[in-house]
Write a protein that binds this ligand. Structure first.
Ligand code: URQ
Ligand code: ZN
Ligand code: ZN
Length: 582
């Protein structure tokens, strides 16, 4: 094991002391269903007490979280660390990638095992475990790609879902023709198998045949630069595949999770499918699409444009980033990942003369939470509870690791971020912790970032100082038959009514403004936060109440005028009764 203290590595130190005791005092605990001023006591990596006036053993370290939010550590449901693709290997390995995750407030990542065509899934899974187990700084889980189809693949899918391997999700590609793409027949077989196993099928939704044909035409016309990437796969190409994936899942009577949804067209197709399908349909978007847009592909610098190449691509429609934030707030999308898949400039140059050879992928594992906070919470689109839902709790529920993860409550893992809503910083490759030499959010100012990050009870970001430990994280088994996906213990074929709580909108639309955390220079004490999300869903606007999304009024000005009476509505206090599905 290696301990990284400000980039100084110290080998052989056992920091997993059973004596670790920690008290986080005076903060505002935020869960997906409410927030309240509470102290949190941690022992042996587990949250032992949540409340006021706790009785704590002597010698316990105390973190003063006055004016801070105490949230479940982020869960990034989509990373590619140490992936080899398109002739290159990602810059971020399992150490540097998870170190960067922790720096940004993420305490669990779920990576993708991506087997080569004809490679055994079990063999690929073992390779990934060997790469990751000794390096990860935080807990991690694995999805497995179904990149080819045969009866042996079906059998291995079944094996992977057993307790021994702990996999409950499989990703299929509708793009990357001649590499990972499945045709509709094989995709149907894979999704049917997932349904039989009560595992969750995940789909990369783009029409690979159309992309291949458009690429041929563009190259023949002399379009070889990175702008050709977006031109070869516009919104329609994504929307069509989203619809087709939903139809195939419906035929299989299967739930479906669509990864990296990048366009308004894609979200519209998903919404439409929800109106006709009974099985849950989950949509994930990315920090990249919330924090950047397709204008980057027109940058005359190859390095700059190529660094933004990912699939599906960023969209030229400049209203896309805000629309994706609103979709997350409205529960048209359920979660945000990073799809962190970083390649150095020298690797992006593999596509210098042919955009289709630029290795696909961008950064995001470190900045995902700060970017969403800046774009969605500071703008009043989303309240802090919904922020917790889309960055952490919903992933924990879908992948069946809730409430061990994704919740600040007694008996949950002590994976916690102490978030400073006033902390201002500028994102830059010069200061980020990732190994990649470019940051797609370069120069963006964010207000709101982690001050402390606690991983399994260990303070890994300590008042801004990164003190991760290589190999400290554990592999996280994800059991099948997730109640959030398959509807409870009985594993009912149709979703239970309680499941709807995952599909409830949480946008800030009631008349009481949520605090503008980013610009707030006074104590959070006394602010009304009654608009916080609850499992009962969105509070509808009363006639005459303002729509925070369309009006131009300033929340910070409104906050100044609020009386100072504490008015925190918490339906299910952390550590207390859980409702809905749970
Ligand atoms: O398709 C993906 O998810 C990976 C393999 C590559 N990254 C990307 O361009 N989205
Ligand atoms: Zn993909
Ligand atoms: Zn990906």
């Amino acid at each position: 094991m290696t301990v990284d203290v400000n980039a100084n590595s110290v080998s052989g130190i056992n920091i997993k002391s059973s004596q670790n005791r920690l008290l986080i005092k005076n903060g505002k605990v935020v869960n997906d269903d409410g927030m309240e001023d509470l102290d949190v006591y941690i022992e042996d990596g587990i949250i032992k007490q949540v409340g006021r006036n706790l009785i704590i053993p002597g010698g316990t370290r105390t973190i003063d979280a006055t004016g801070k939010l105490v949230m479940p550590g982020g869960i990034d449901p989509h990373t590619h660390l140490e992936l080899e693709m398109m002739g290159a290997k990602t810059a971020d390995d399992f150490y540097k990638g998870t170190r960067a995750a922790v720096a940004g407030g993420t305490t669990t990542v779920i990576d993708f095992v991506l087997p080569q065509k004809n490679q055994s899934l079990l063999e690929a899974y073992s390779n990934w475990r060997q790469l990751a187990d000794g390096k990860v700084c935080c807990d991690y889980g694995l999805h497995v790609g179904v990149t080819w189809w045969s009866p042996s693949v079906k059998k291995e899918m079944q094996q992977l879902t057993t307790e021994q391997y702990g996999v409950n999700s499989f990703k299929m590609f509708m793009a990357y023709k001649d590499a990972w793409m499945l045709d509709d027949y094989d995709l149907s077989c894979a999704i049917e198998t997932c349904a039989e196993l009560k595992a969750l099928p995940m789909v990369h939704a783009e029409n690979g045949h159309i992309i291949a044909r458009n690429t041929e035409k563009l190259l023949a016309a002399g379009v070889t630069g990175p702008e050709g990437h977006q031109l070869s796969r516009d919104e329609e190409v994504e929307g069509e595949a989203v619809n087709r994936a939903c139809v195939i899942a419906n035929q299989a009577r299967s739930p479906l999770y669509i990864v990296h949804m990048m366009s308004k067209s894609a979200v519209r197709m998903l919404q439409l499918a929800r109106t006709r399908q009974r099985q849950p349909l989950f949509g994930e978007t990315l920090a990249a699409t919330v924090g950047s847009d397709g204008s980057q592909y027109r940058n005359s610098c190859f390095r700059h444009a190529a660094a933004h190449v990912l699939s599906p691509p960023l969209r030229p429609d400049p209203s896309t980033p805000q629309a994706m934030c609103e979709a997350l707030a409205d529960d048209h999308l359920q979660l945000i990942g990073s799809d962190n898949c970083t390649f150095l400039e020298k690797d992006k140059e593999l596509g210098k003369d042919n955009f289709s050879k630029i290795p696909n992928g961008v950064n995001g594992v470190e900045d995902r939470m700060a970017i969403l906070w800046q774009k969605a919470v500071n703008t009043g689109i989303m309240d802090p509870c919904r922020f917790v839902a889309v960055t952490s709790s919903t992933a924990a529920k879908i992948f069946n690791i809730w409430p061990q993860k994704g919740r600040v409550a007694v008996n949950s893992d002590a994976d916690i971020v102490v978030w400073d809503p006033r902390l201002e910083r500028t994102i830059s490759a010069a200061t980020h912790k990732q190994a990649v030499d470019f940051n797609i959010f370069e120069g963006q100012q964010v207000v709101g970032s982690p001050q402390f990050v606690i991983v399994g009870g260990r303070v890994c970001l300590d008042d801004g100082e990164l003190r991760v430990a290589e190999g400290f994280g554990k592999f996280l088994k994800t059991p099948t038959n997730s109640p959030a996906v398959f509807g409870g213990e009985a594993g009912a074929a149709e979703p239970q009514p309680e499941l709807l709580h995952l599909h409830m909108p949480h946008k800030v639309t009631n008349g009481t403004p949520s605090p503008d955390f980013g610009n707030m220079n006074k104590s959070m004490e006394g602010l009304s936060v009654s608009g916080c999300s609850t499992p009962t869903g969105r509070k509808m606007r009363e006639p005459g109440q303002r729509d925070l999304q369309t009006s131009t009024f300033s929340i910070s000005k409104e906050v100044e005028g609020l009386d100072t009476k504490t008015s925190v509505r918490v339906r299910n206090p952390p550590g207390g009764k859980s409702s809905g599905l749970w």
